[in-house]
Design a protein around this ligand. Structure first.
Ligand SMILES: Nc1ncnc2c1ncn2[C@@H]1O[C@H](COP(=O)(O)OP(=O)(O)O)[C@@H](O)[C@H]1O
Ligand SMILES: [Mg+2]
Length: 353
């Protein structure tokens, strides 16, 4: 097949050697002075590993998800697109390339623009989960101060995060707030840093898991569950998987042993988590793959924190990447994982191969 490959790449060393530099929109998303602007994008080696994997089995047409992407997709018309493009800004950023592909009638891997946008807006996603009575932390969306009683039914500690970021952007140690003045300080920091509403949730104090799901319909399966092992965090750190844990305390050279896979779970809890995640996958309209974050509440019951229908797919086991880690634990290779995603997308869209 002719497989298009759409991505956004964080440039490291070789940018200067490029013959055709990417064409980006004129403004970037607000962030920590640019420091975390590209946190969601993939590194060069991640993009290269994926492209090389696809190229072992198919003709690959790499297309950077910049301002020229539409014309390139239109010109080359791949049989299907393997999409990992994270986009630029706003809650619809991941939907942009899939929307172009819909317009052009080109099949692609993963969820549609609606689901990608819905899951990025964590409050909207929680509204859908709540409608279907799936457990998720009580929440409020804060756009201004004073609060007008929006949190009158909440108890401290609470958790504050940006409404539509990912990759631990805006998740700091001070996201856990114990009183009104700490709450105000973190909420204002979120507004100031990311120019978007703050999502406040009740704090889930229990164990945390991330769950990789692969497939569709009857073939949807849950890969071995990953536990976030908070005991690996430096002494005194709060038990959250935030910016510090993801980007400061963990690196390929000094790995933080923060992922435990398979998680040590009794059968009842495992089956509760699996059933919950499958339901969430289907109610949110996910396709082919999704990684779902789950945390136990004070009663030990699993709650959905958020859904990631466009999860990271980093081949190198030296770099922490939950979805591949779960697949490797299930006995799959990276090639198996990528080909399964592609196969699921082909089957769903009746692409001839
Ligand atoms: N309501 C909550 N209670 C407890 N911890 C939370 C809550 N919301 C988020 N967290 C912690 O913050 C981390 C990041 O939050 P998440 O919503 O998954 O953001 P991201 O999109 O950056 O992954 C979670 O993995 C978890 O450790
Ligand atoms: Mg998360």
């Amino acid at each position: 097949m002719r497989v298009g490959f759409t991505y956004n790449m964080r440039r490291n060393s070789s940018a200067a050697e490029e013959t055709e530099p990417p064409d980006f929109p004129s403004s970037l998303a607000p962030g920590l002075d640019g420091m975390d602007n590209f946190a969601e994008w993939d590194d060069e080696h991640v993009v290269r590993d994926l492209q090389e994997t696809l190229a072992k089995y198919h003709e690959v047409i790499p297309i950077e998800a910049d301002l020229n992407a539409f014309e390139k997709l239109r010109k080359y018309r791949p049989d299907i697109v393997f999409n990992i493009a994270e986009g630029f800004f706003g809650p619809s950023r991941e939907s942009v390339i899939p929307a172009m592909l819909e317009m052009l009638g080109i099949p692609y891997t993963g969820s549609d623009p609606l689901t990608l946008g819905l899951c990025l807006d964590k409050a909207r996603a929680k509204e859908v989960l709540g409608y279907h009575r799936l457990p998720t932390a009580k929440f409020a969306v804060l756009k201004s101060w004073p609060l007008n009683g929006q949190l009158r039914h909440f108890d401290y500690p609470m958790f504050v995060k940006p409404l539509f970021e990912g990759s631990s952007k805006g998740i700091w140690m001070d996201s856990v707030v114990e009183n009104t003045s700490a709450m105000k300080a973190t909420v204002e920091k979120v507004w100031r840093t990311y120019a978007q509403p703050a999502l406040v949730e009740e704090f889930m104090p229990g164990r945390e898991f991330t769950v990789a799901l692969l497939g569709n319909g009857a073939s949807l399966r849950v890969l071995p569950i990953v536990e976030i092992a908070f005991e690996a965090l430096p002494a005194g750190a709060k038990p959250i998987y935030g910016w510090e844990a993801k980007w400061l305390w963990d690196s390929a050279e000094h790995q933080l042993e923060i992922y435990k896979c398979p998680a040590d779970l009794d059968r009842e809890l495992q089956s509760k988590i699996e059933t919950l995640c499958k339901k969430a996958f289907n109610y949110l309209g996910c396709r082919d793959l999704c990684r779902i974050d789950v945390r136990l509440d004070a009663n030990g019951e699993p709650n959905i924190l958020e859904l990631n229908p466009l999860p990271g797919l980093i081949k190198d086991p030296a770099v922490h990447s939950c979805f591949p880690k779960a697949a490797y634990t299930a006995g799959m290779t990276f090639d198996d994982l990528i080909l399964t995603i592609l196969e699921e997308a082909c089957r769903r869209q009746e692409v001839r191969r």
